[in-house]
Design a protein around this ligand. Structure first.
Ligand code: PLP
Ligand code: COI
Length: 349
């Protein structure tokens, strides 16, 4: 049996060298659904899930997840950014896959208990690191027909992370793909495992060609930008518009909705959700990818039909993207006043 190495002591971690890698932290939360109800769940040190070979998550993709972060503020407190939105999105993913939704209260309490139990692993303020939280729900038990499971596991595990895309706030290039991420009336708007399985091959092809990620085009016509493999897309126009695609097959990004609000209220930009044609990229002076893991990752250029369209610069972040980044991360780390209800503190006592 292969034993996975436990995370080093928090005091031994070089916070400024963190990437986006799995680490087996001391504690995670686990709850079980059986006979029509969720139990109250508990913290456990066991990082291995013990499940039946007939689990629907393994065969039929009955699995959904979330991603959010805990941030260390200047005064040493720890806070979460809009976790209620993750709870609600997971409930929608559960509805789509016929899985039993967890109450928002249990979801939030699970998150906070995992952060509190692993508090030493929330990177210090100023390092840029955060504690990434991964809520996950899977269908389990003995099944073989294509039907929803009778039993489920919900878990939340965590790990300290740095930049998701290697450049961080330095621009990197993205490419388009022949492949689609999601079907027009499929599961693209839900955070379900199956969407990501299909993105591994195009993602690998993009990485091997030196790009950070794929920018998927709309599955019906391949003329409009949908989103990146792990983040939504935005562009800034010379008329001070913040533009992001509107589509039923992209993930409704919490970062995206936050930036639509902040672009308007903090930066005075006009927020627009609409069509973004891949052959009309000239309208943008800057562009970026946005998401929990990606934060705001400036896009240097997008390759489409063997041509690299460069936005602001391949080496420097544009001024509007930088302001958006400062505002968003300022709120997340507690340095900029947050709109009402966006921040939830984790009680460490
Ligand atoms: N799009 C995809 C495909 C993602 O995996 C993510 C990550 O969660 C996002 C967008 C960004 O969503 P959010 O801002 O809610 O993290
Ligand atoms: C996130 O940003 O939380 C994601 O889930 C993106 C990726 C790691 C799947």
């Amino acid at each position: 049996m292969v034993l996975l190495a436990k995370a080093p002591k928090a005091s031994e971690i070089d916070w400024s060298a963190l990437g986006f890698d799995y680490l087996d932290l001391p504690y995670r939360y686990i709850a079980h659904y059986k006979d029509g109800q969720w139990d109250q769940g508990e913290l456990t040190e066991d990082s291995t899930l013990h499940i039946s070979e007939g689990s629907t998550a393994l065969h039929y993709g009955q699995a959904d997840f979330e991603g959010l972060k805990a941030y260390r503020t200047k005064d040493g407190e720890i806070q979460l950014f809009r976790p209620d939105q993750n709870a609600k999105r997971m409930q929608r993913s559960c509805a789509r896959l016929l899985m039993p939704a967890l109450s928002e209260a249990q979801f939030l309490s699970a998150l906070k208990s995992v952060v509190k139990a692993n508090a030493d692993y929330v990177p210090p303020y100023g390092t840029g690191g955060t504690l990434y939280l991964r809520p996950l729900m899977i269908g389990v038990g003995g099944n073989i027909g294509v039907h929803p499971a009778q039993e489920y596991i919900f878990t939340v595990f965590a790990m300290p992370v740095g930049a998701y895309y290697k450049g961080g706030v330095t621009p990197t290039n993205f490419t388009t793909s022949y492949y689609d991420r999601a079907a027009p009336h499929g599961t693209g708007q839900n955070k379900v495992g199956g969407n990501y399985g299909g993105s591994l091959l195009p993602g690998d092809e993009a990485h091997k060609a030196g790009f950070s990620d794929v920018i998927y085009l709309d599955p019906a016509t391949h003329t409009k930008i949908e989103e990146a493999g792990s983040a939504n897309f935005f562009g800034i126009t010379k008329d001070n518009e913040f533009v992001t695609p509107k589509s039923d097959s992209i993930l409704p990004s919490i970062t995206k909705f936050s930036l639509l609000y902040l672009a308007e209220h903090n930066l005075g930009l006009k927020p627009i959700e609409g069509d973004v044609y891949i052959d009309k990229l000239d309208r943008f002076t800057e562009a970026g990818a946005m998401g929990t893991a990606a934060v705001i990752a400036p896009i240097g250029g997008i390759e489409y039909q063997d041509h690299l369209h460069v936005f602001y610069s391949e080496t420097e972040v544009g001024p509007v993207t930088q302001k958006l980044y400062n505002t968003l991360t300022g709120i997340q780390f507690g340095d900029v006043k947050a709109p009402e209800g966006w921040i939830q503190k984790v009680d460490l006592d």
